[in-house]
Design a binder for this molecule. Structure first.
Ligand code: PMP
Length: 365
């Protein structure tokens, strides 16, 4: 309401509101499918769902610092428990990282945060609400990070650099060797966040070994989540891994009790049933490969996809394509003028999506 005297900070006034993936609109005789938020169609493993349902003492605050979950993660990942910081989703953990290392200085100049674009839509929100300035570097035509241009974008104001592997929404994963080379060009006082939200789905050659990077570089922070492979997006739990040089500062910016008791119980149970989690991930990866092969056969040229989604670089046709998908009761995510991101869903949803892509390509005009 522009007549109200209430005014947000300038950075907030200029921000677009985050547009979350929409649910599908039912169509005659078709089961609706939501392929717009990169969720896991198989859901959590039964033990995780049961642990959430059976969580006790809900009138009590959860474990401070989610210490049970952190201990379980430390055991699985073979890292010291102090190096793990949990958050309300990996977005909560990322917000904490940005708030800790980037903002506006006392003299009014904004710190700079470099990230690839297009990438995850929440990055500009997190960076700008912290009072920092975003410096975006365009991804290549094949949807990959332009690491050389990102290194060149570094200035003395740069405080944080984001890498997203695989990149949401375009799909390709970074190679370990390329990231190592990049890190040698980054001054050691700049924090490099490696967003590994879709880590478990990667099947590429020379994938990023995040844990090796974290062990070697005190300025690297890994960002991970239970929302994708573990199918727990609704419970909001994620974490970061970094050395003491970073975590000692990070903890101060934590929102106390950011992980609920219910979320912690489910995440711990999911880790204790990792074999089953990986079986589900494998099913999704197989479906992804089936979808990618079918699209290639139908003449589509799309970037390599290493997450649980595919990217259709449709440019000006993006909104029209999303509309057609909507008529087929498939909710997809369109980025006007750029492309459409479609989550790998249930086999029937993927079949319908493949069919739509075939028809679309064979229709003249
Ligand atoms: N990073 C990337 C690249 C993502 O795509 C997402 C979710 N879409 C997130 C982080 C945030 O996930 P969450 O907060 O659910 O852990």
């Amino acid at each position: 309401n522009s007549t109200s005297p209430i005014r947000p900070r300038e950075a907030i006034a200029a921000l677009p509101t985050y547009a979350a993936g929409k649910p599908p609109v039912p169509a005659e005789g078709l089961t609706p499918y939501k392929l717009s938020s990169n969720e896991n169609p198989l859901g959590p493993v039964p033990a995780a769902a049961a642990a959430a349902a059976e969580a006790q003492a809900l009138h009590r605050y959860p474990n401070p610092g989610a210490e049970v979950l952190r201990a379980e993660l430390a055991r699985h990942l073979q890292v010291p428990v102090e190096d793990i910081v949990t958050g309300t989703g990996s977005l909560g953990a990322l917000t904490q990282i940005i708030n800790t290392f980037a903002g506006t200085s006392a003299d009014g100049t904004a710190d700079e945060v470099i990230y690839p674009w297009r990438s995850f839509e929440a990055y500009p929100i997190v960076v700008r609400t912290a009072g920092a300035k975003d410096v975006t570097v365009a991804v290549t035509e094949t949807g990959e990070h332009d690491l050389e241009a990102m290194a060149q974008a570094i200035t003395e104001r740069t405080r944080v650099i984001m890498l997203c592997t695989p990149n949401n929404p375009t799909g390709p994963a970074l190679r370990h060797q390329a990231v190592e080379e990049f890190l040698t060009k980054v001054p050691s006082d700049i924090v490099v966040v490696v967003d590994e939200a879709y880590l478990e789905f990667v099947r590429s050659e020379d994938p990023v070994d995040g844990l090796a990077l974290y062990r070697k570089y005190p300025n690297v922070v890994l960002l991970r989540t239970f929302s994708k492979a573990h199918g727990l997006a609704g419970l909001r739990v994620g974490y970061s891994i970094s050395q003491a040089a970073i975590t000692e500062h990070l903890r101060k910016a934590a929102v106390p009790f950011g992980v609920s008791a219910v979320a912690e119980a489910a995440a711990v149970a999911s880790l204790q049933n990792l074999h089953e989690v990986h079986q589900r991930v494998e099913e999704i990866v197989e479906e992804r490969q089936r979808v990618a092969a079918a699209l290639a056969e139908a003449g589509w040229q799309i970037p390599t996809t290493e997450g649980n989604f595919v990217w259709l670089p449709l440019g000006a046709e993006s909104l029209d394509f999303a509309q057609l998908a909507g008529e087929q009761a498939l909710a997809v995510r369109a980025f006007a003028g750029e492309g459409v991101r479609v989550t790998i869903g249930e086999p029937e949803a993927n079949d319908r999506f493949i069919q739509l892509c075939r028809t679309y390509r064979s229709t003249p005009g």
